[in-house]
Design a binder for this molecule. Sequence first.
Ligand SMILES: Cc1cc2nc3c(=O)[nH]c(=O)nc-3n(C[C@H](O)[C@H](O)[C@H](O)COP(=O)(O)OP(=O)(O)OC[C@H]3O[C@@H](n4cnc5c(N)ncnc54)[C@H](O)[C@@H]3O)c2cc1C
Length: 292
Amino acid sequence: MKPARFEYHAPETLAQCLALLAEHGDESAVLAGGQSLLPLMRFRLAQPAHLISLRGLGGPLERIERRGGSLYIGARVTYTAVQRSAEVREGCPGLPRSIELIATPAVRTRGTVCGNLCQADPASELPAVALLLEARMHLHSAEGTRVVAAADFFQGPYMTARRGNELLVAVEFPVRPATERFAIREITRLRGGFPMSGVAVALTPGAGSALESVAVACFGVHSQQLRLHAVEQVLRQRGRTPAALQAAGEALDAAIHPHSDPFASEAYRRSATRTLLERVLAEACAQPSNPP
Ligand SMILES: Cc1cc2nc3c(=O)[nH]c(=O)nc-3n(C[C@H](O)[C@H](O)[C@H](O)COP(=O)(O)OP(=O)(O)OC[C@H]3O[C@@H](n4cnc5c(N)ncnc54)[C@H](O)[C@@H]3O)c2cc1C
């Protein structure tokens, strides 16, 4: 199908872009990599009257910058640029490792990290990773700027706290401690496809089976990406003993409400997510800290 009619705008400065967003608000859509938006428009599931392209915007929007204790990834930065960035691989290695699971090289060459986060697909890897690593969203509008924590940004399936007149100019990821280890696993029908279940973990091992810190998030298995605080609490208090893993699995079961579809039943998704949790914990604990 062809998209419904729309007016195309190609601002050359951030101020022009924000003025267009102020004028057209909810009637408009920002065009970043177009890897989600354009298919939705072709199926007429999205029918923005105004399409505001980011292509002409340069400066910080197309850069990855390390400032203080954080990495800032601008609105035009593609997945591929993040994967190739030595600064990101060093400061936030979980991010490129998660991006490896997304789609294909062709999609990753165009798709942007900020576009992915604004899309807020519950099956996507990155919103869960943003929750896990406590990313912050830098939103600009003609009226001013605000910073929203990932925990407040994702509000439901495909829903975020972004207002219609705002641009996500950058996402900020705190630089990770050198002792932290990261693992992410998912189950997909096709390589590079959206997962039926996925779990990511960032942890710092302690003595024996103890865990000094642990953060867990899941995706693809619930109506939105989830940080699993109850699971984290069990693991922090009891370490990674067999009994603690059993209790963590029960906490996971209570936190998620998977759906059934022709590809996987609710019971399969529950069982797969518990298995993935055990595997990412084992994988992270077996790693040397922050492998490149
Ligand atoms: C074949 C295929 C397989 C895929 N597989 C996966 C997968 O396994 N995992 C996965 O996570 N994704 C997958 N995707 C989606 C892909 O990752 C998209 O690139 C991504 O979701 C959106 O990024 P984008 O830059 O293309 O954004 P766009 O498609 O341009 O925009 C997406 C949405 O975000 C809004 N938006 C974009 N940037 C901004 C901004 N800076 N400020 C405000 N609003 C903004 C747009 O208006 C739109 O509503 C797949 C896509 C394809 C085509």
